[in-house]
Design a protein around this ligand. Sequence first.
Ligand code: PAF
Length: 279
Amino acid sequence: MKVLKTNKDLQEVLQQIRSEKNRLGFVPTMGALHEGHINLVNKSIDENDISIVSVFVNPKQFNNVEDFEKYPNTVQSDINLLEKAGCDYLFLPDFNEVYTSAYQPVNIDLGAIDDVFEGPLRPGHFDGVVQVVNILFRLVQPDMAYFGLKDYQQCMVIKALRDQKYPKINLSLCPTVRAQSGLALSSRNKRLSDKGLEKAAFIYKALKTVNELKKHIEADDAVKYGAHILSTHHIEVEYFALANAETLQPSRKWLRSGKNVVLAAVWIEGVRLIDNIVF
Ligand code: PAF
């Protein structure tokens, strides 16, 4: 695997890839790679001729300075994992390569997607994601781009960016990879103790319970029951709610036509974890 640190090196490689008419897959990440990311990389390798992964911890998407400062930096282990997976290129730029002096923020109409859940709780977060993904899409111009559905609302935001600015890029939104306990894999899990990890397994148990209760009880009661599972395990719930999986608008009733999503954000040992289930 070749590591590209500058946009100039990236463009040279991309020129070669395009002149050989290779199909290009792209996996943007913030590093601290785990099996969830590697699943995206494997898909990209399966479906394309060449795969590029980017690792860039984007300060603009952290609304919380402490979260940014504590974000794990594991470059060497990331490189090892990517090499083992058979990735072709790693784009590893620094801040000034991404946000150059010519940087102009892009404006995307997100409709009501960012008015709910993560939007108001993490002011500026989705704008930061839009800005960095816009820059990366513009630089890389891949045929396919891969994202994990654990960040469900982020996937919807990126879909809006793609629809409005990059209609030629195909998005592959991939199912969440889970530990045996059901816990969604996340770079933030690295900050939990063994006890915290055990606790965190109840997030998916609560989400699954809501899905299972759909056949039997009203949505409001099922969601309350799910949240109750979390609080009985002393998990601090920021939100745990049902929404329309297409529009993300919160709902107090099951959607009979169209899909339901239950979204959760919780705090365990000072770490904020999110997860969801679509059914
Ligand atoms: O999901 C992530 O890791 C990041 O939000 C992304 C999409 C790489 C943008 O920085």
